[in-house]
Design a protein around this ligand. Structure first.
Ligand SMILES: [Cu+2]
Length: 485
């Protein structure tokens, strides 16, 4: 980092690290913890079909990769119990685990579900090493139940249990999250969904009702703890705290009515969530229901930080349909920002020279980044840079905020049905010579266009400013600015 651009966050991080009074930050950088973490097997993935039960007035919401918080009815009040605590070895996707903060052993916390008009009593026990509080985001309630530490209540000290109680006056998709030291506590995972079902539902209700909480993290490859000091350069983007290929698919029967609820508690980024194969009206925000006359039909819905959006549609097209954030850097896992831009660069000769110093060295990125994940390049322990997942045809070069909606005819359960079997003649494939002849498709003759083979007059093939010469390599006339792990 350029000295003149040392920012407030760098300054704050240095000062905090120097004071060393913070147990949290000393743990962030604990090498022993990182090493220990790499040896421990990860927990199995949670089911995508865990639902709350016990109230037959609605079809329970499904939190893919998550679960719903159980409750009991005491004198007409629904009673819940959240426990804020360290969650060791939360698995974001196979190959990456981190020690996070969550609720009841999960990251994010379990989904709270209730019905408009219900009286709810929610106990919150703090098992964190720091004070905390819980804010019920978007929910209309008495001011003293709003959960803002310092302003509307005392903070909940370690080992204390607080009690919140209010009556639900609305319905829709809402959230809960820590409202004390938010930058740290939310960055470590202290958040969850709060779904309120309508008391008097209007119109057709969903057969399949999925809810996602979007968030973002900075997890430096090889470390064991999300870095809460990060301000802009996040490298993990998650749906319910999972990144593809760790995300469970949504499954629906052909013709079923599907609802997808998105909520975003990322620190700094909005997420335009795009669903393939369907168009849909946005029917709700966390402010309430949108009148039908004002609903816009979309294929992408922007979910701003601190808000929720709900979409409803009929799953009338069978197949495996991607649902993903359309910011392309949000569908990568632990992006490799330190790589130079090598698109179109002829690297023949370069690798050979460098192998004299680094046996087995191979430059990546000549045609893009997909090969990074596909070829399983060596990476630091406990990291998944550029990793996507294997699909039925090829490697799927996306990670992060990516999952699928699997729509099938004739299924009898919502277990993952495997990959879609396409009817003959409905898959894009290599064009035959006969096809091209028939349709007058002519291929350009000769060499590719000039741009692909252009070499600047001075022979420097690097994009952007010339790379710095490494002192150890310069004498051999090798110039490098590739970071080799
Ligand atoms: Cu995004």
């Amino acid at each position: 980092m350029n000295k003149s651009t040392i920012s407030r966050r760098q300054f704050v991080s240095d000062v905090v690290a120097a004071t060393a009074g913070s147990a949290l930050l000393s743990r962030v950088t604990s090498k022993a913890e990182t090493a220990a973490l790499a040896e421990v097997p990860t927990k199995p993935q949670t089911s995508s079909e865990t639902k709350s039960a016990g109230d037959n007035r609605y079809r329970p919401v499904i939190t893919p990769n998550g679960s719903s918080l159980p409750w009991k009815l005491i004198d007409g009040v629904k009673v819940y119990h959240l426990i804020s605590e360290e969650v060791p070895r939360h698995e974001f996707a196979p190959g990456l685990v981190a020690n996070c903060w969550g609720f009841n052993g999960q990251v994010h916390g379990p989904t709270i579900e209730a019905v408009e008009g219900d009286r709810v009593r929610i106990y919150v026990t703090n098992r964190l090493p720091a004070p905390t509080s819980i804010h019920w985001h978007g929910i209309l309630l008495p001011n003293g139940m709003d959960g803002v530490a310092g302003l509307t209540q005392k903070s909940i000290q370690p080992d204390e249990t607080f009690k919140y109680e209010f009556t639900l006056k609305q319905h829709g998709t809402h959230m809960y999250h820590s409202h004390h030291d938010e930058m740290t506590q939310m960055a470590l995972g202290l958040m969850g969904l709060f779904i309120i079902q309508p008391k008097n539902p209007k119109g057709p209700q969903p057969d399949r009702d999925f809810a996602f909480l979007l968030s973002e993290w900075k997890i430096v490859p090889g470390t064991a703890r999300p870095d809460p000091n990060e301000m802009t350069d996040f490298n993990m983007f998650t749906l319910n705290a999972k990144a593809f290929p760790g995300t469970a698919p949504m499954v629906a029967k052909l013709g079923e009515r599907v609802r997808i609820r998105f909520s975003n508690l990322s620190a700094m980024d909005h997420h335009p969530m795009h669903l393939h194969g369907f168009r849909f009206p946005v029917t709700e925000t966390d402010g309430g229901q949108i009148p039908e006359s004002a609903q816009q039909v979309e294929t992408t819905v922007l979910v701003q930080v601190g808000s929720t959006r709900t979409i409803d549609f009929v799953a009338d097209a069978p197949g495996d349909w991607p649902l993903h954030c359309h910011m392309t850097h949000h569908t990568m896992n632990q992006m490799g920002h330190l790589f130079p831009n090598l698109i179109g660069v002829d690297k023949s000769g370069f690798d050979k020279k460098l192998r004299k110093f680094i046996p087995g060295y191979m430059t990546m990125g000549e045609t893009g980044m997909a090969e990074m994940g596909e070829m399983g390049m060596p990476v630091p322990k406990n990291s998944i840079p550029m990793v996507g997942g294997q699909g039925p045809f090829d490697y799927i070069s996306m990670g992060g905020m990516f999952t699928t909606l699997k729509v099938r005819e004739g299924i009898t359960s919502y277990e993952d049905p495997g990959w879609y079997q396409h009817p003959p003649g409905t898959v894009a494939d290599v064009a035959t010579v006969e096809d091209m002849k028939r349709d007058g498709i002519e291929l350009p003759k000769g060499q590719p266009d000039a741009a692909a083979t252009y070499t600047p007059p001075d022979g420097d093939v690097w994009c952007g400013p010339p790379p710095a010469k490494s002192s150890s390599l310069a004498k051999n006339e090798v110039t490098a600015r590739i970071k080799v792990q």
